[in-house]
Design a protein around this ligand. Structure first.
Ligand code: ATP
Ligand code: MG
Length: 495
């Protein structure tokens, strides 16, 4: 139920970073009980605006009212005390604490003598995870969780605080459809209690599912605020990117060549078993599964990030024996992991990040020239439209989607024969996705074999030549390109 009670009003919010006018006189308001979608290209300023509300960034100027009362400077504690809760895009959990400790951090239940009441803590954490339909052991250390599980833990933590204003910055970017649906149920429940939610996502289909109003931002400015029922995806894309988008999935139909990667009887305890498949030069092979089906673990093992496995990985007929990433890269295998934070070196600038994988291919004494490094960086800044197009900038200062493009570039400039992409377009805006797919198509056309893991069904169907479906750690079906969304989901589900 949406009432017209204004929970939050922001007026003329302004924020500059060196060289970037991130927020330029932003006005935005939020009603009690509404889900206000914030939409915009990578780097438009969405996260910056939310961080100002959560107190983790200071605004240069502008006014904020909550419940009609003007609030002055916001720091994280003040923001929390005003009832604002935020799920960050680049999650903010403490990796060395347990799931339960993270959920109740700052509010741990105590025994009579003042020690942490672990039993009660774990029980409370379990309950809040169950309300999200999540079966994570609350005693697990966060660093041992998959990204999706971390995302769910972070959501549980914020929902637990009973905030009246909830800021969700791409909360579903790592979730499966089923987990997203469960989150949406919870959001609807909160809405009915009058909580106001600002929701950021690059998944346009979610707008109609959950949104009340949508505000489109471009280059740090608000373009428009519209009730969801008065707009559609095409109009929103146009407002967002300032032009019509020609093709969402630029797939080139390539001649499929010889076998280039072969996986033989690959098993890893509790994660996947007896996996066999082949990939050919020029082929894009999709792997689809619900969360926990083993696709990410399989990919990581193939690349050598997890050495506890049995079976064989062959590239061009040559068996990889060492099972470590450096050796894989030397044999021409590259991998973009699901969690981009794993691969980026935040305090290095773009060129060094882009050429990191080439460095591990170097033989001793051979050093990449600074000039070549910059050339690579500039090439991808152009072809993937990395924004702002400034290469001598530490990657930590780029927006989430632009960081994803930077790490993707690393594998595009490497001379790989086989590339494994785990959720390549995570956090990338709609125009950027088309750029990524265009590059993937070009790579395949040049003879590279690509394994593409994606939970976005339309993109995997449009881009893959063949799709393997995984369920409970096993490959259960193989589809050719003509598969429908329903067939894929059905094959991946447990019923
Ligand atoms: N700490 C920072 N220092 C310098 N520049 C920054 C910093 N944080 C963000 N920026 C810049 O501000 C602009 C807005 O970034 P922001 O993270 O708000 O974008 P976004 O809309 O959330 O994008 P995405 O969809 O990719 O997450 C970008 O140009 C970004 O590079
Ligand atoms: Mg962002």
């Amino acid at each position: 139920m949406v009432t017209k009670k204004v929970l939050l009003r922001m007026e003329r919010i302004d924020k500059k970073f060196p060289g970037v006018h991130a927020l330029n006189q932003i006005d935005l308001d939020l009603y009690a009980g509404e889900v206000h979608i914030l939409l915009g290209e990578n780097g438009a300023g969405k996260s910056t605006l939310m961080k100002i509300l959560s107190g983790s960034l200071e605004r240069d100027s502008g006014n904020i009212w909550i419940d009609g009362k003007e609030v002055g400077d916001l720091d994280p504690e003040h923001s929390k005390s005003l009832g604002i809760g935020m799920v960050y895009q680049e999650l903010s959990l403490c990796p060395n604490l347990s799931v339960a400790e993270n959920i109740f951090l700052g509010n741990l239940p105590k025994t009579k003598i003042g020690a942490v009441d672990w039993e009660k803590l774990n029980k409370m954490a379990k309950e809040s995870l169950v309300s999200l339909n999540v079966s994570i052991d609350p005693r697990m250390l966060v660093r041992n969780l998959e990204v999706a599980e971390q995302q769910l833990t972070e959501i549980a933590r914020v929902i637990n605080r009973q905030s009246k204003i909830l800021l969700l910055d791409e909360p579903t970017s790592a979730l499966s459809d089923a987990e997203r649906d469960r989150l949406f149920e919870l959001i609807r429940l909160l809405q009915s209690k009058g909580v106001g939610i600002i929701y950021i996502s690059h998944r346009l289909n979610e707008i109609k599912m959950i949104g009340t109003r949508v505000t489109v931002m471009r280059d740090g400015k608000v373009v428009d605020t519209i009730p969801v029922e008065k707009t559609d995806e095409n109009q929103l894309i146009q407002k967002m990117v300032g032009r019509k988008l020609n093709e969402q999935y630029p797939k080139i139909h390539t001649k499929i060549g010889d076998k280039i990667l072969e996986i033989k009887n690959l098993s890893s305890e509790n994660k996947f078993k007896n996996v066999n498949f082949q990939l050919h030069s020029g082929e894009i092979l999709g792997i689809f599964g619900l969360m926990g089906a083993g696709q990410t673990e399989l990919a990581r093992s193939i690349f050598g990030l997890d050495s506890k496995m049995s079976g064989e990985v062959l590239i061009d007929g040559c068996v990889l024996t060492k099972h470590n990433p450096n050796d894989s890269i030397r044999h021409g295998l590259g991998m973009l992991t699901r969690d981009r934070r794993e691969g980026l070196v935040p305090m290095l600038e773009v060129p060094q990040n882009v050429t990191l994988a080439i460095r591990s291919q170097e033989s001793f004494g051979q050093i990449i020239k600074l000039r070549t490094e910059k050339e690579f960086a500039n090439k991808f800044v152009n072809s993937l439209q990395i924004n702002p197009p400034i290469i001598n900038r530490k990657v930590v200062f780029f927006s989430g989607g632009n960081q994803q493009k930077i790490i993707l570039s690393r594998w595009l400039c490497c001379e790989s024969k086989v590339l494994i992409f785990d959720e390549p377009t995570r956090g990338i805006d709609v125009a950027g996705k088309a750029d990524v797919f265009r590059l993937m198509s070009q790579l395949a056309n040049e003879g590279i074999g690509i394994v593409m893991i994606s939970s976005e069904i339309p993109e995997i169907i449009a881009m893959a030549d063949r799709i393997l479906v995984m369920r409970r750690g096993e490959i259960v079906t193989e589809f050719q390109q003509s598969v429908t969304q329903e067939d894929l989901l059905c094959a991946a589900s447990e019923f």
